[in-house]
Design a binder for this molecule. Structure first.
Ligand code: ZN
Length: 304
């Protein structure tokens, strides 16, 4: 990815090197690009996910952008005053500079998409940490968690050593694989603002585990589709280099539930999937990349 000359986002909290950062032993289990458990989630509006599905279906039938109809889920940004001594902005190191550029590009894209739908895109923060850190409302984060989005404080948490794991354990190398992971988490923030994530988290306590998993897959595949939309935008901005899209597709393939489970436990158990198969993740990224249209990312109606 051609990124060196691009804008760096200032919405980075650098907590690397803080107390608690050292000496943590990473557990052996694989990282998950998870959405956090149902604790301390923002409250969803009335209606539930069923309503969202209906809204999306109706919206698609009407040819209206679903995001316009889902604006009820928009929540005000909580200005959390970080009590920890984090530094604002990326460090001088290349890894954090790269994150700051990718984040800035997502800010530009989603601000414009939301504006076109008469909505305001509230910029998420990215917390860089090493070892472990407290994710307000979402518990302790550590490197084995993998990057994740915390709806309670609308921040994306990432231990940059995950990128080493991605490369060495998952066989997903390349800067655009890293960009894809970040764009996927930003996709969850978009879902938070459109109401998809609050509704899911409001509904999940009333669902069986199998149902939660099945709905989680749809949520995750939409985030992959949104990552693809960002990749489409990166292409329009002439940031793509040869092989970039292949790097993202390879990463999506390597972190599919079936691939991870076959690697770690020898056999894949579909009812336990929470993020989708390799084929699904790759395909929904491609849907977003090829269409560049949020309306194409309807993973809630029909087969996925
Ligand atoms: Zn995710």
């Amino acid at each position: 990815m051609k990124w060196q000359d691009r804008r760096r986002s200032g919405n980075i909290e650098d907590r690397r090197g803080q107390a608690g950062g050292g000496g943590f032993m990473r557990r052996g289990n694989g990282p998950r690009l998870r959405i956090p458990s149902g604790r301390s989630m923002g409250t969803g509006g009335a209606g539930g996910l069923g309503l969202i599905v209906v809204v999306i279906v109706v919206a698609l039938a009407l040819g209206v952008d679903p995001m316009q109809l889902l604006s009820g889920g928009t929540t005000p940004q909580t200005q959390t005053d970080s009590s920890t001594s984090s530094r604002t902005g990326a460090g001088n190191d290349e890894a954090s500079q790269f994150v700051a550029v990718v984040l800035a590009e997502t800010e530009d894209l989603w601000t414009e998409v939301f504006r076109q739908n008469n909505l305001t895109y509230e910029l998420p923060n990215v917390v860089l940490y090493s070892g472990r850190t407290d994710a307000a409302g979402c518990g302790l984060a550590n490197a084995s968690t993998g990057p994740f989005y915390c709806p309670a404080d609308q921040k994306i948490y990432i231990d940059l050593s995950f990128y080493d794991v991605l490369r060495t354990q998952f066989g997903a190398s390349g800067d655009f694989a890293e960009a894809y992971v970040l764009a996927h988490e930003v996709g969850h923030h978009v879902q938070q603002l459109t109401g998809v994530l609050p509704e899911f988290n409001a509904q999940r306590s009333r669902m069986s585990e199998t149902e939660v998993n099945a709905m989680s897959v749809r949520v995750e595949l939409q985030a992959d589709c949104y990552a693809g939309i960002w990749a489409n935008y990166a292409g329009q901005e002439n940031l793509l280099e040869r092989g970039d899209i292949e790097e993202a597709l390879n990463a999506a393939t390597q972190i599919g539930d079936d691939a991870i489970q076959e690697r770690t436990q020898g056999v894949a158990v579909p009812r336990t999937f929470t993020h989708g198969t390799s084929e699904q993740r790759k395909r929904w990224f491609e849907v977003g990349y090829e269409s560049g249209d949020v309306g194409a990312c309807d993973t809630f109606s029909g087969a996925i």
